[in-house]
Write a protein that binds this ligand. Structure first.
Ligand code: ZN
Length: 258
């Protein structure tokens, strides 16, 4: 069992994280008379590609899978990670594959040259499995971000997703999109469902993320029952469900047409 990496904490790191939210921004207005929800899976475990995808597909929806090539055919605290066949199968069924660096690196502390190499190699790998030459979507591993990384990665991807919990609304940042975790069992549903309720109060874009989808999930994953309960609430609320890339495109298109 691998020990999960923990990004640095403490007052300085907390302050840097806070300041980074206001730096290197790419403004996007997500409050355009629509209630948009995206579901995403990070790293990603096989259970997300099988159980997770099946749950979304039962609702007629597709998800975004942020892959790190280095995880191919490995196992860790999230269970078995994806196989190449999982990626090709997801693409064939209309899911989106996003980038998550090749080796799941902390983008806040790595040099630009390292980040560039990581994304170039990851994209090359994903391309051999049928992903587009230039993926639209990127998620920061561990949610770790710096102004320099936002600038750099923003040159390669249309949208960058973080892990700060919140709904993206009028003054959102496409270089650090908010996202809400779906974690735990059905008993933990209140957190995720409170954001579905929150979305109903006004137009916006709610992005969910999780990792493994198993009966006994890791602390970063959820049970199939919990994911299904969140989907049921989203359906009940009548939201538009799109992949992160499609939601980003539709929100920026509407803006251009306006
Ligand atoms: Zn990750």
């Amino acid at each position: 069992m691998n020990t999960p990496y923990t990004p640095s904490d403490g007052i300085i790191s907390a302050l840097k994280r806070r300041l980074t939210r206001f730096a290197a921004r790419k403004p996007i207005d997500c409050a355009q008379d629509r209630f948009v929800v995206s579901f995403s899976f990070d790293d990603f475990p096989r259970s997300a590609a099988t159980t997770g995808a099946k749950i979304l597909e039962n609702y007629g929806w597709r998800g975004t899978y942020y892959a790190s090539a280095g995880f191919e055919n490995t196992s860790n605290h999230l269970g078995d990670l994806f196989t190449p066949q999982d990626i090709s199968a997801l693409i064939a069924r209309g899911h989106e594959i996003g980038c998550h660096t090749e080796n799941h690196i902390d983008c806040a502390i790595n040099a630009p040259v390292v980040i560039e190499r990581e994304i170039r190699r990851n994209q090359k790998y994903l391309r051999t499995l049928g992903a587009p030459a230039c993926p639209a979507s990127f998620a920061f591993p561990y949610g770790e971000v710096s102004p320099r990384a936002k600038d750099l990665l923003g040159q390669h991807y249309a949208n960058l997703r973080g892990v700060r919990a919140g709904i993206n609304r009028r003054y959102a940042d496409a270089h650090q999109l908010n996202a809400v975790p779906i974690e735990g069992t059905l008993e933990d549903r209140d957190t995720a469902l409170s954001f579905v309720d929150g979305l109903k109060s006004g137009p916006g874009w709610l992005i969910f993320y999780t990792h493994d989808v198993r009966d006994t999930p890791s602390q970063w994953g959820c049970t199939p029952e919990l994911l299904n309960a969140v989907c049921a609430a989203v359906k009940e609320a009548g939201c538009d469900v799109q992949t992160v890339g499609d939601a980003f495109s539709s929100l920026t298109e509407v803006k251009q047409a306006a």
